[in-house]
Design a protein around this ligand. Structure first.
Ligand SMILES: O=P(O)(O)OC[C@H]1O[C@](O)(COP(=O)(O)O)[C@@H](O)[C@@H]1O
Ligand SMILES: [Mg+2]
Ligand SMILES: [Mg+2]
Length: 371
């Protein structure tokens, strides 16, 4: 359920609680509103699909990933909107080097302008992930992007799905806002002789409206998310964990599990926020995947901040994501997040990897799914 509070009102109240601009909150507010504005424009583009052009057409390559038309358009929209905010630098998935903006800006933004690019042409949810950090050295603003995730001032993501949703944390819990595009009725009273033949038309709006309560990730779950087509590349720890889930009621977990994989991190994260679950994108032995697939600075860190603030957990299998020190903007990491007890169980498997051949009726030599 939504309450009447808009994103702007929510942030103005947060700023007031912090002393109205005495501690840099006003700059964070302006930056979040600029990102929300970018989200509106990207949502419109996504909704147009092929009517707006060949959004899934491959246009280039950046940091080992292909860039599609919508990736680049989303990047341009974000940089354009952030140019009017107090932002010194943007570290984007779609740009090898950080993009320098206002030299007097106090903030750095790390961004995945369009997450879930493999879904663009399929009418499945995609999104935008963002992280806001303080610039500490005005002479080298890009250094701010390499702070560990626990130093994020704010983070969140947008999902362009059946609903356009904005998930946000400023370090005081996690909130969900839903885009409300219903027109507002005019407040002008129609009186005889006032010149109005009929009421003025309703004003179109586009407001993010807050859901009533902060979101909490269920501690327990029976649902996991992993790209199972990579099973043959997984480590014994990951195989052991997934095998236990697949054995269901008859296995060591003594309960049946469901599986979901949307292949849009934002959409999988949104589902986990709403009904629990665990997401795994582990590292594996393939070239390009040995440090994982997802990016620490603009994917894992903001998702981890949002999930922790909602009571969940996020690790690389062993270490807390928010404690990792990035060495470069496009660094990859393994990522496991979601329901706390389940994330801890995955960590237990990493701490004591099972002997695969001894224990794996599904994946071992004698298994149904031979490794
Ligand atoms: O295609 P795969 O290997 O299943 O990977 C899917 C994952 O990759 C991502 O699409 C990576 O993000 P980008 O689309 O921003 O590159 C995640 O959203 C998603 O969870
Ligand atoms: Mg992404
Ligand atoms: Mg992307």
């Amino acid at each position: 359920m939504a309450d009447a509070t808009t994103l702007a009102r929510h942030l103005v109240a947060w700023n007031a609680r912090g002393g109205n601009g005495q501690n840099g909150r006003a700059d964070v507010v302006r930056t979040i509103l600029a990102l929300a504005d970018a989200g509106l424009a990207i949502a419109d583009l996504v909704a147009m699909g092929p009517l707006a052009g060949e959004m899934a057409a491959v246009r280039g390559e950046s940091n080992g990933d292909t860039q599609k038309e919508l990736d680049l358009r989303a990047h341009d929209i974000v940089v354009d909107r952030l140019a009017g905010a107090p932002v010194a630098v943007v570290g984007s998935e779609e740009s090898d080097a950080p993009v320098l903006l206002d030299p007097a800006g106090t903030l750095a933004v790390a961004i995945d302008p369009l997450d879930g690019s493999s879904n663009i042409e399929t009418n499945v949810s995609v999104g935008t992930i963002f992280s806001i950090l303080a610039v500490e050295d005005a002479a080298d603003p890009a250094a701010a992007l390499l702070q560990p995730g626990h130093r994020q001032l704010a983070a969140g993501f947008l999902v362009y799905g059946p609903q356009t949703a904005l998930v946000l944390t400023v370090g005081e819990g996690t909130e969900i806002f839903i885009l409300d595009k219903r027109p507002t009725e005019p407040v002008v009273a129609v009186q005889a002789g006032n010149g109005w033949a009929s009421p003025p038309p309703p004003t179109p709006t586009a407001e993010f409206v807050r859901m009533t309560s902060p979101v909490t990730v269920a501690a327990e779950t029976r649902e996991f998310a992993i790209n199972a087509s990579n099973q043959r590349h997984w480590s014994p720890s990951v195989r052991g964990y997934i095998e236990d889930c697949l054995l269901g009621h008859d296995g060591p977990r003594a309960k049946n599990f469901n599986m979901r994989w949307i292949a849009s991190l934002v959409a999988d994260a949104f589902r986990i926020l709403r009904r629990g679950g665990v997401y795994l994108y582990p590292a594996d032995e393939r070239p390009g995947y040995r440090a994982g697939r997802l990016r620490l600075v603009y994917e894992a860190n903001p998702i981890a901040f949002v999930i922790e603030q909602a009571g969940g957990a996020a690790t690389d299998g062993q270490n807390r994501i928010l404690d990792l020190a990035p060495s470069h903007l496009h660094e990859r990491t393994a990522l496991v997040f979601g329901s706390r007890t389940e994330v801890m169980r995955v960590a237990d498997h990493h701490a004591a990897p099972p002997l695969l051949a001894d224990r794996a009726p599904l994946f071992g030599q004698r298994g149904l799914l031979r490794a």
